[in-house]
Design a binder for this molecule. Structure first.
Ligand code: ATP
Length: 341
């Protein structure tokens, strides 16, 4: 999983006054499932379109298997890049069967065998003669995926692959999509604005903001150690507290947090709600003021001695109720130096 299959280097794309990609660089390892995640308008689709060849960057290069496909004065058209694409709306041909849709871009003597194999891979062998309108949204998506995989591309690019599905179908399909891509041994990049989707299925997540990659890594690592408070907030719930360093620590409503930053540094301390662990104790200095029970866990609002409130996410076996006195244990905290924009 360490060989780089696709390398995007310092790409920039502008539309009039809008900067869609700004010095965008990303390496995609062979065999990995990469999620490109970021808020609406941050340039995710543009990045996919540049890799696929539907958009020409003003500067920068894209290489696939060490071959420059755009940049350095060269531009290889989309159909010659060996890239499969699954569009948001699937873009199936409505008047031909599932089988014909899947075989559309496949050439060679083993065409029908290849179509057969890919339909089996996505679990649609029984639906081969149907037309797209005779399929559910999830099935249409699998046809689109089969069509992208059938020619044996180096990489499959998927733009918001779940956006046309309802919530229960979405969850099922995202697991299925991951399994299919893994079974096929494919390298894939998918775009999503949904951070939970990215964390759930990607091997690697690349977080984008304003046309740039701000952090790349394993989902666990990026969630646990976000590069900055913005990434922390984008990827999940975060308690953010401002303060100033004095003698190797910063005073917050959750206690003093150690840091190696010098005295006088303005900082922002980030804590995930699940890093706050309340323990019920009659002489606890804090009090539970609200509680929402989710079954597997619970969200607990806690009043601190100074009157501030903080939210904790607690396993439900650690029973607590409104009015309970609690003592707080802080499992982790990250200190960021404040960089004023
Ligand atoms: P979303 O999650 O909403 O799909 P995105 O992250 O995929 O957004 P892009 O579609 O890549 O974002 O767009 C990046 C920026 O470029 C946006 O501000 C968008 O309005 C602008 N943009 C994209 N395509 C064009 C175009 N053809 N002409 C002008 N501006 C464009």
């Amino acid at each position: 999983m360490t060989d780089t299959l696709i390398s995007a280097d310092r790409l920039s794309v502008t539309y009039g006054d809008t900067v869609a990609l700004d010095d965008f660089s990303l390496d995609i390892p062979a065999g990995s499932l990469v999620a490109l995640v970021g808020p609406s308008g941050c340039g995710k689709t543009t990045a996919l379109r540049v890799i696929a060849g539907f958009e020409t960057p003003a500067s920068g290069t894209v290489s696939i298997r060490d071959r420059v496909v755009v940049g350095d004065g060269r531009e290889i058209p989309p159909e010659k890049r060996n890239v499969g694409m699954v569009f948001q709306e699937y873009a199936l041909f409505p008047h031909i069967s599932v089988e014909e849709n899947v075989g559309y871009g496949v050439r060679g003597a083993d065409r029908s065998q290849r179509v057969h194999d890919v339909l089996k891979l996505v679990g649609l062998s029984d639906h081969r003669s149907r037309f797209p309108h005779e399929l559910s949204g999830g099935e249409q998506q699998r046809v689109a995926l089969a069509r992208a995989l059938a020619p044996g591309p180096d990489v499959v690019l998927l733009d918001e692959p779940f956006s046309n599905l309802d919530a229960p179908q979405r969850e099922r399909m995202r697991r299925e999509l991951r399994k299919i891509l893994k079974r096929a041994g494919a390298t894939a990049v998918f775009v999503t604005h949904d951070q939970s989707e990215a964390l759930a299925i990607a091997d690697i997540i690349a977080v984008m903001r304003d046309g740039r990659i701000v952090q790349t890594g394993l989902p666990d690592d990026v969630y646990e150690a976000p590069a900055n408070p913005w990434v922390a907030r984008f990827l999940g719930d975060a308690i953010l507290m401002r303060g100033t360093v004095t003698d190797g620590s910063v005073h917050t409503m959750l206690g003093d947090i150690d840091t190696s930053l010098p005295t006088g540094t303005g900082v922002e301390v980030m804590v995930r709600p699940e890093w706050v662990t309340p323990h019920v104790h009659d002489s606890g200095a804090c009090k539970v003021t609200d509680r929402e029970f989710y079954g597997h866990d619970q969200r607990v609002e806690i009043e601190l001695p100074g009157g501030d409130h903080v939210e904790a996410l607690v396993p439900s076996r650690n029973r607590m109720a409104v009015g309970d006195r609690v003592a707080i244990e802080l499992v982790d905290a990250i200190v960021y130096e404040v960089v004023d924009a």
